[in-house]
Design a protein around this ligand. Structure first.
Ligand SMILES: [Zn+2]
Length: 431
């Protein structure tokens, strides 16, 4: 299959190259060639579609709890602790496996329509998440959550449940993979996080954990242990796993060094951090310390959408404001954070890139809107994308070579049914 566009962004591990009048060839779920039309193999022209606009890799949402679409808007105005304990957890306790399925169907549909092709999910009822991603056609890294209240007295049992799920569903050549999701070092004991990290390491799976989201959480751990949460994780060996730490708002310089030394990733969730009043993460400092910075929406109840383009705009703008330096995070770095850094964090270097050998996860944006003009050269178009694009600009999406959005419509899902199920379930939960 060959698709062509006015601009194709070839994205590798470290660079973004814009090809004017560009071509992407893909076959069997993999990209076989990316480059300018003038250099393309004429043999590919027989099954070519000219799409116009811009083609780039699908975005990678590196931290989400997507079934929380059913709780969208709940608890506005509360800080993280009160938001969780008073507003969110009482409703989540009533959620059934079918609620999680329909909540994920809604959120997965929302993400695909806005060009997010992969999400890294920490939630419960992960079989339902996997079924929903199978039905929408999205790429999913499911990291079943582990929380003290539900699993504290049976960590071994939870580890074997997740290991069974990994055995049944982890398929690096398909669309689904499975890791481990210890909620946080403030909820679980460090030794429990370490046990989960050991098993994640043994299975070469991701360890997905919240870290340093709020000041009060940081102070609570410091007063209990006389160490930071990051130091605690380092001391028990948990940083030896493939760590994706969500937030990192309150990391200090030493914490960043520890994470950088461990080749860990931080999923930066600026909109959630701002909505819950948690603070401003220093992603320029993290990148300088060697941390792989990727970006996430967090759950849709603390955002309140799953349109990662918002985060793609916020990440560089906040970093520049925080550092009072307009060069603190560049536009290319921002695009890499939303794409290839996410794939690398998840241990899938062929996800988030768009070059020969990448998974065929690609999106096409219309550049017709006046906000993309004048678009005088490729560099200016990258800047227009970072500071001006939104999910509404995405018209076509492929995941693993299969088209799942065509002309801004999902090809895989009856969206009216999904919306209706989601509304009636959300209404029941809030009774
Ligand atoms: Zn979260």
């Amino acid at each position: 299959m060959r698709v062509t566009a006015d601009i194709v962004l070839e994205v590798t591990q470290t660079a973004v190259v814009a090809h004017s009048d560009g071509v992407v060839d893909f076959e069997g779920g993999k990209v076989t060639w990316v480059g300018p039309a003038a250099d393309a193999d004429p043999a590919g022209e027989s099954e070519s579609r000219h799409l116009g606009g811009l083609i780039m890799p699908g975005l990678v949402n590196a931290h989400a709890h997507t079934p929380m679409t059913l709780l969208r808007s709940v608890g506005d105005g509360l800080d993280l602790h009160r938001w969780l304990t008073e507003a969110i957890w009482p409703l989540e306790r009533q959620m059934t496996v079918d609620d999680v399925y329909w909540g994920m169907m809604l959120g997965s549909s929302e993400m695909l329509l806005s060009g997010v092709t992969t999400s890294h999910e920490m939630y419960l009822f992960d079989g339902a998440l996997i079924s929903a991603a199978n039905d929408t056609g999205a790429r999913l890294v499911a990291t079943p959550g582990v929380v003290q209240a539900l699993h504290g007295s049976g960590i071994d049992r939870r580890i074997s449940e997740i290991s069974d799920l990994h055995k049944a569903h982890n398929d690096p050549t398909g669309r689904i993979s499975v890791g481990f999701g210890p909620h946080s070092p403030y909820d679980l004991e460090p030794s429990q996080v370490a046990e989960l990290a050991d098993q994640a390491k043994a299975l070469d799976a991701v360890l997905h954990v919240h870290l340093e989201e709020t000041e009060s959480e940081r102070n609570q751990i410091l007063s209990q242990h006389n160490k930071t949460a990051t130091q605690l994780l380092a001391d028990v060996g948990a940083l030896e796993a493939r760590v994706v730490a969500a937030h990192g708002v309150w990391l200090d310089e030493n914490d960043m060094k520890l994470l950088g030394h461990a080749n860990a990733s931080v999923a930066h969730c600026p909109q959630s951090n701002l909505k819950l009043g948690s603070g401003f993460a220093d992603i320029a400092g993290m990148a300088a310390a060697g941390i792989n910075v990727c970006i996430g929406t967090d759950g849709p109840a603390s955002n309140d959408n799953l349109d990662l383009w918002d985060e793609l705009t916020l990440a560089p703008t906040l970093a520049r404001g925080l550092r009072r330096n307009p060069a603190a995070v560049g536009t290319t770095e921002a695009v890499l954070m939303a794409t290839t850094n996410g794939g690398a964090a998840l241990g899938q270097p062929d996800v988030g890139t768009l070059t020969a050998g990448s998974r065929a996860d690609l999106i096409r944006l219309s550049l017709d809107h006046p906000k993309f003009w004048p678009g005088v050269d490729a560099d200016s178009v990258i800047s227009h994308l970072v500071f001006g694009a939104s999910g509404y600009d995405v018209t076509d999406v492929w995941v693993n070579g299969k088209q799942v959005v065509s002309g801004s419509q999902l090809t895989t899902v009856d969206l009216d049914q999904v919306k209706s199920e989601a509304r009636s379930r959300a209404q029941r939960l809030r009774l």
